[in-house]
Write a new protein. Structure first.
Length: 458
């Protein structure tokens, strides 16, 4: 009543509390532990932002040089061609020189607020322009009351679901990894694609899958592409770790080029937050590839009309990325630094696998990985998957009880579903981490709860 009559009440009194994923609480808890115990004592296995070997935020030398060139070069005003150079350089990065030309495909792009912003743009485009189960290249707004839908892997980045549901896009799932054996469920993926309604959209991560670290092989991508072609489906690539997974840009976008070479129309959301350390700039690009230039332009016009109300990345960030990528550019230096970043992550993976082997740490009961033999006939390490996975994430198989014990007894922090990140791990912490794993696993007489690994939060 006070509100109705202009009284002292507030419009926001009855606002519901956000449910969230507990990220802020978790980060505060880790920060407090670091302040209390020191950075070397607290083992932080959360996060997706690359850190250097000392655990500090990493600033790439090529980015430093690009910033100097941008600032001292006198580039200014919104009339410069930085955004156009960013878009063309990203398209070349993704598709190479002639992949699209040979497949008779046409690409155009728009700036986006990171890959997340690109995904959100695409989700809103789906909601406004797509009629369910019709080809995703329409010219008018949908008048259907049914929701368009997108297929996500059953284990994926947690924000994927939120991004699409917030745009009123229905989310369906396709199976991805057998969490007991940590093997790609390729037959089940193909079956889901083959039985999906025609012209469905499937989201894929081309390299360094979050949260499993398990990617399809070249032959498996070929089978996925053939299944997508059979159903007239459209892949949407979330390209976040380009260059970091294998230390090679071309290798990390190989799946994108492979499916484009097969003639598939597609969308790609590219981010430079991780591979250039530009989180604060949120530079991203959304690219659409179709068989007709008029349709490509029509889609870009629709996206542009949406992006005007959602914002674009900073012009400064676009200039920096364009300077790194465009000739005469710093791209060669960037690729050298990417190789070093990838090698650092691989070295941490190998060191942890070796330490767990030396300490005789068995796999958690939730994992049932058949023993494999090396080329010399020796039995592989039990934790070999940590060495073999790509990117910054892996699945440990630890259950929520063991994760809690790690935190309370050893000051080791990782996701409750057992997913770990390597970017905050220090080399000096590896032996102690292996001992901590041994402590929570060796006396495990309680059958662990079934894995609930279906989200990953950065």
């Amino acid at each position: 009543k006070e509100m109705e009559h202009g009284g002292g009440g507030s419009l926001w009194v009855n606002v519901r509390e956000a449910t969230g994923d507990g990220r802020e609480t978790r980060e505060q808890c880790i920060a407090q532990a670091v302040e209390r115990l020191g950075k070397d004592t607290v083992v932080n296995l959360h996060g997706g932002r690359y850190r250097d070997r000392k655990g500090d935020p990493h600033v790439l030398s090529c980015v430093r040089e690009a910033v100097v060139r941008v600032v001292c070069g006198g580039e200014g005003g919104e009339s410069d061609d930085s955004c156009a150079r960013l878009l063309r350089a990203t398209e070349q990065l993704l598709f190479g020189e002639d992949t699209l030309q040979k497949s008779h495909l046409y690409v155009d792009s728009l700036p986006a607020v990171g890959a997340t912003g690109g995904l959100r743009l695409f989700a809103e485009y789906m909601n406004r322009f797509l009629t369910p189960n019709t080809p995703p290249t329409p010219s008018t707004h949908t008048t259907s009351t049914a929701k368009p839908c997108i297929y996500l892997s059953d284990m994926t980045w947690g924000n994927h679901v939120q991004i699409f549901e917030s745009a009123h896009v229905a989310v369906r799932r396709y199976p991805y990894v057998n969490t007991q054996r940590l093997q790609l469920r390729i037959a089940d993926i193909i079956h889901t694609i083959d039985t999906a309604p025609a012209h469905s959209i499937f989201l894929f991560q081309p390299a360094a899958h979050n949260p499993t670290g398990i990617d399809p092989s070249e032959l498996e991508w070929k089978a996925i592409g053939e299944a997508l072609l059979r159903g007239g489906h459209v892949p949407l690539f979330d390209c976040v770790f380009c260059g970091i997974a294998h230390g090679s840009v071309e290798q990390d976008v190989a799946a994108v080029r492979q499916l484009a070479a097969m003639g598939l129309e597609m969308w790609v959301c590219m981010s430079y937050s991780k591979n250039m350390g530009l989180y604060g700039e949120r530079v991203g690009v959304i690219s659409v590839v179709t068989k007709q230039p008029k349709i490509t332009q029509r889609i870009i016009d629709g996206l542009d009309s949406i992006s005007q109300s959602m914002g674009t990345p900073s012009l400064h960030g676009a200039r920096v990325v364009a300077t790194v990528l465009s000739p005469p550019s710093l791209r060669a230096q960037w690729e050298l630094e990417l190789r070093d970043m990838a090698q650092h992550i691989r070295s941490l993976r190998s060191a942890l696998c070796d330490a767990l082997t030396v300490h005789g740490v068995p796999l958690p009961l939730s994992l049932d990985i058949p023993p494999q033999l090396t080329t010399s006939g020796e039995r592989e390490a039990a934790w070999q998957h940590l060495r073999d996975n790509t990117g910054i994430f892996s699945f440990t198989g630890l259950d929520s009880r063991q994760v809690t014990l790690l935190k309370e007894k050893h000051h080791v922090y990782l996701a409750s579903d057992g997913r770990m990140s390597f970017v905050n791990l220090l080399g000096s912490q590896i032996d102690r981490l292996a001992e901590a794993f041994a402590d929570v696993i060796k006396d495990d007489s309680v059958t662990p709860t079934k894995s609930t690994m279906n989200t990953a939060t950065l």
